[in-house]
Design a protein around this ligand. Sequence first.
Ligand code: NAP
Ligand code: G4F
Length: 360
Amino acid sequence: MKFKKAIITGVTGQDGSYLAEFLLKKNYIVHGIKRKSSSFNTSRIDHIYENKHLRNKFFLHYGDLLDSNTLTKIIKEVKPDEIYNFAAQSHVGVSFDLPNYTSQVNSIGTLNLLQAIKDCGLEKKTKFYQASTSELFGEIQEKKQSEKTKFYPKSPYATSKLFAYWITKNFRESYNIFASNGILFNHESPRRGETFVTRKITIGLSKIIYGLEKSIYLGNIYSLRDWGHAKDYVQMCWKVLQYKKPDDFVIATEKQYSVKFFIENCFKYLGIKIKWFGKGINEFAKIIKFDDKKYPKLKKGMIVVKINKKYFRPNEVDNLVGNATKAKKLLKWKPKINIYQLIKEMIDADLEIVRKSTLI
Ligand code: NAP
Ligand code: G4F
């Protein structure tokens, strides 16, 4: 039996790790590209390596999106059926501090992969998935954003991803490569990086519960997002490449919540009542009611959420919600995990991580 082969860039990240698991379950041979780091960066995929049934179907290669020679070498060796380009400097806030680096990795990095497919003569064999983003819509031009909505990127991250979106389409049209964009709205999980807002809240709250921290410091809590679950969304990425032709798809839950709603529902899930005071930069949340037997480290009146201006962005995308009609219809997809289940899963996982850390 011939197994399909896939390359995943960004395999050590949130989505890369879930996709690796998903493809391995589908009997793919998975080749992940990870970058060299001075500290361990494989915690999200170590369990795959440790699984003796999966180890011989999962291979890691050192590589960087900016090192086109190595990318070409890996692609030439593996001759993959599918490439999923998940690698990126993916933090919007950080992209304002690192605009040049973000632009190179996210834009030129994507071009390097597409060019490598072409240089290896794999135009007819290798399908290419580009991790495009709802950040492309930025200053929204339509209430719910679909594949037809005009783009208006508002950060170096979003502009770099705009180049990547277009170069993917360009290689599709110019060289007949099966190259598709998944325009994914925010998706989270217990594997989300700790500096993204949902995880910052769930890990921060868990540390407060165990008495390791007193407050969570945030920026714009009135920002609205369409949050799905990464595990749900990587299945979509795969479906995008199984569609009969290369195309672009918006992937979203079509439901919108504020950061403040996310915070309130994290506390609610744990049975802790908070109340908001003040306005703007002076807004904060205090604990009003809780079970002191269950949470001995908490105190009534504790200020658990504060606003810090350093977490505001020079240019904010404050309102995103997707229209995923096309994906639902053509790819027969709909998200399974709602925001309440997502919150539960993230908090339970973070409480466990923090509990274990207190035992060391
Ligand atoms: P993530 O957790 O930040 O993962 C990014 C991955 O890229 C990591 O494995 C990282 O390596 C790797 N990477 C960074 N720079 C690299 C370079 N120069 N060369 C090679 N690898 C590099 O991001 P994610 O949430 O999984 O998102 C996956 C992709 O989807 C990204 O392209 C992101 O922009 C896009 N996206 C994400 C969302 C979302 O809500 N999560 C929505 C739309 C689009 P290290 O582990 O060493 O840092
Ligand atoms: O969690 P975030 O950093 O995600 P953001 O900016 O929406 O970007 C994520 O989703 C994109 C898809 O739309 C991806 F393309 C991208 O790679 C990334 O995965 O911030 C969400 C919102 C923003 O409006 C931000 O200003 O939360 C607001 N926020 C408020 N306080 C904060 C904070 N964001 C972060 N990271 N940290 C805060 O303290």
